[in-house]
Design a binder for this molecule. Sequence first.
Ligand code: PLP
Length: 399
Amino acid sequence: MAFDPGKNVQDYLVFGEFGGVNPSITDSSTYTFMNPETMEELFNEEKEGCFLYSRHWNPTDKFLAEALARMEDSESALVTASGMAAISITLLQICESGDEIISGRTIYGGTYALLKNFLPRYGINSRFVNTLDIEAVKAAITDKTKIIFCESVSNPLLEVADIPALRKVADEYNLTLVVDNTFSPMIISPFRLGAYIVVHSMTKFINGTSDCVAGCVCASDEFIRQLTDITSGASMLLGPVLDAFRAASILKNLHTLHIRMKKHSENALYLARRLHELGITVHYPGLPHHPQHKLMASLMNPGFGFGGMLALDMEDAPTANKLMQRMQEEQVGYLAVSLGYFKTLFSSPGHSTSSEIPPEEQKEMGLSEGLVRMSIGLDNDIEETFRRIKKCLKEVGKL
Ligand code: PLP
């Protein structure tokens, strides 16, 4: 079938005996042209809508990207080989040497390391501030600032960003607000709340099966076009393309995301409440004492809950370690980094995913040595899970 640039890839779905319910996987790195002129036009950016080479675009990635853009309500989207790739190409597309980024200080350790250790090698420096404090954000802005970066629900402390307030600051100073929505897909829609660009690690909830690493950037048509520009796009030139087979499997999982998020949230809220009642320090935005509980309630989409992540403070590292060991033995879940899996996963961020953040900075941001971050699974009998966690807490001397 000839390609019509006016159509979306969805328009190419075929019904009938050869029309599978899932889009076909494009098993090609390169694409044929009917004549050399069309190929030349594409290189000269006079033609859009054709597929050229899979590092640029491939039809399967496009199907997934279109679904993600619909989910985030952005004009367009791009899928990438990891969440870090989505973040790094976004920052590198916008910033050049001499520019600055203002970033939330409680962010994923890998992003922190990218901003703190790697990007300065290319003259891009970052200031880490408490993005909950809007005055502190304003105070950190200089004439070099280009981006405000934050996580909608932060890793690992589950602080909730006031996206509309950050957007106002971004507009006042002509900055781009970039929001990482990895912890709260469907729950928070940063684009609708004012983000200019939304990034995700699809490795987590969006895929939900912990069998691959992937990411995405949701943004305007113009920004996605810039990222994929053949001669100047960070995606095209740095090359973090998502393999079509993976894109196809993530697309299938994406269709159950709404149900999974509801169940992750329902289970996490149940555990957060019961553990709080036992006197355990629990960080969970669904609990009324969480500092941004009301803010989150005002920002979130109804029906998906407050998310599947919670953190327990065991105060010291040895107790946190013992608890995690016992919880694994009791089959509460797995001692593993990452999140959004159908089973519960737990790790101690200070010694794993946030270990890139120096100890004194961890202390300043309130990241306790004994924090146990839990990604709550889709357990059918969450009361039984609670009984097992309670047993482990007793054994480590916390009850
Ligand atoms: N953003 C957040 C909030 C994360 O938790 C992670 C990974 O843990 C990333 C980005 C990076 O994603 P990936 O591991 O897919 O590169």
